[in-house]
Design a protein around this ligand. Structure first.
Ligand code: NAD
Ligand code: DAU
Length: 338
């Protein structure tokens, strides 16, 4: 029985959705959110639960073994779900150091702790990007890794450590590979919140290259339900793809966002392509449907409409994020790509 959950990286986009999901679906669980609060960590994401007696926040780095171990001991933790990571591909192209530290060494620290304290399970949240790009067809859980960005390579490193710890020590870890997640509270550097907030500010949207790259989109609520199923039902050592089947070319996605924001195509600014830009990610997610009984529920057009509405109504949340280090980052980013 899992009761006391350690959620690492819970102040970020998907982790904060998962904390709110767990506290509402399992009111008797105790959740510890352990997060370094990098530029992407945001306690505003957790305002609804900050006074919940079953929730505790601890600021800490998953690379700090002592801090992780103390947190596990002091809170009688049963299981870990690891969302902590450096996650933005463009940033990894500028500087990969933090990606390698957190996404590889941080995972090793969590695996060691899972082993040392005989935890019931560790769920490693990872990405479809580890498989690389595919023009047609779909990657299964058996497909070889072929990462193309420093971000994807660092995530692949963390995932391979999970495999190695299970095979070597039978550490009860499960790894997940998800397609692109979207929804509310996503930092406005990723394409959907960046484009929505730019349009709300009257700015153009920077579409990379020819705009024909394809991504598969899943709503954060469906992702939470998938991790719930994996946390409670997946066998140790197993791996699951999490997908939706909703594939979109970036140009198609951009036009849908423009329409929802009441803007025309003249707001598209074609810009130089991302270096090493993967053309298409596509995963076969039939295993999780077959084995764990999960399936995606949110229709993309509904999810996108709700997401746009949320950003329109919550300028207080994103406006301040677009100041500070953000502008510096964008200046550097454009220099890097052009
Ligand atoms: P995010 O960038 O919004 O949040 C990451 C969180 O991790 C932040 O709160 C940050 O403060 C924290 N963090 C970073 N380094 C840390 C460290 N060393 N110690 C403790 N905390 C640290 O990320 P997200 O989009 O919510 O992604 C969460 C996980 O899901 C990541 O592992 C990512 O690779 C994976 N994933 C994301 C997507 C997506 O589309 N967003 C898709 C597939 C997989
Ligand atoms: O596939 C899962 C991955 O999805 C996650 O592992 C990553 O953490 C997450 O960031 C995401 O990676 P992408 O690179 O696919 O997401 P991003 O939002 O950065 O870009 C989506 C697509 O939009 C991609 O083809 C690049 C394009 N793009 C992106 C930005 C930021 C643009 O055209 N313009 C932009 O300004």
């Amino acid at each position: 029985m899992i009761k006391n959950l350690l959620i690492t990286g819970g102040a970020g986009f998907i982790g904060s959705h998962f904390i709110k999901y767990i506290l509402s679906v399992y009111p008797d669980y105790f959740v510890v959110n352990f997060d370094k609060l990098t530029y992407a960590g945001n306690l505003d994401n957790l305002r609804e639960v900050e006074n919940n007696p079953n929730y505790k926040f601890i600021q800490g780095d998953i690379c700090d073994a002592k801090a992780v171990e103390n947190t596990i001991e002091e809170n009688s933790i049963d299981a870990i779900v690891n969302y902590a990571a450096e996650t933005h591909v463009d940033r990894s192209i500028m500087y990969a150091d933090d990606f390698l530290r957190t996404d590889i060494l941080g995972v090793q620290v969590l695996l060691e702790a899972t082993r040392k304290f005989n935890l019931k399970k560790m769920v490693q949240i990872s990405t479809d990007e580890v498989y690389g790009a595919v023009e047609s067809g779909y990657f299964t859980e058996e497909s070889p890794f072929a990462p193309n960005s420093p971000y994807a390579a660092s995530k692949a490193g963390g995932d391979l450590l999970c495999r190695a710890f299970f095979n070597t020590y039978q550490t009860p870890v499960v790894a997940t590979h998800s397609c692109n997640v979207y929804g509310t509270h996503q930092y406005p550097e990723k394409v959907i919140p960046l484009f929505i907030t730019n349009l709300l500010e009257g700015k153009k949207v920077p579409l990379y290259g020819d705009g024909l790259n394809v991504r598969e989109w899943i709503h954060a609520s469906d992702h939470c339900r998938a991790i719930d199923a994996i946390l409670h039902k997946a066998a140790p050592g197993s791996v699951y793809n999490i997908g939706s089947g909703t594939e979109k070319q970036n140009i198609e996605l951009t036009k849908e966002i423009l329409a929802l924001c009441g803007r025309e195509e003249d707001m598209i600014e074609p810009v130089a392509d991302r270096r090493g830009h993967d053309r298409r990610y596509a995963i076969d997610h039939s295993k999780i449907i077959r084995e764990l009984g999960w399936k995606p529920e949110k229709i993309f057009t509904d999810g996108l409409r709700e997401t746009v509405a949320w950003y329109k109504d919550n300028e207080w949340w994103w406006k301040k994020l677009k100041d500070g280090d953000y502008n510096e980052y964008y200046k550097k980013q454009y220099k890097e790509r052009i």
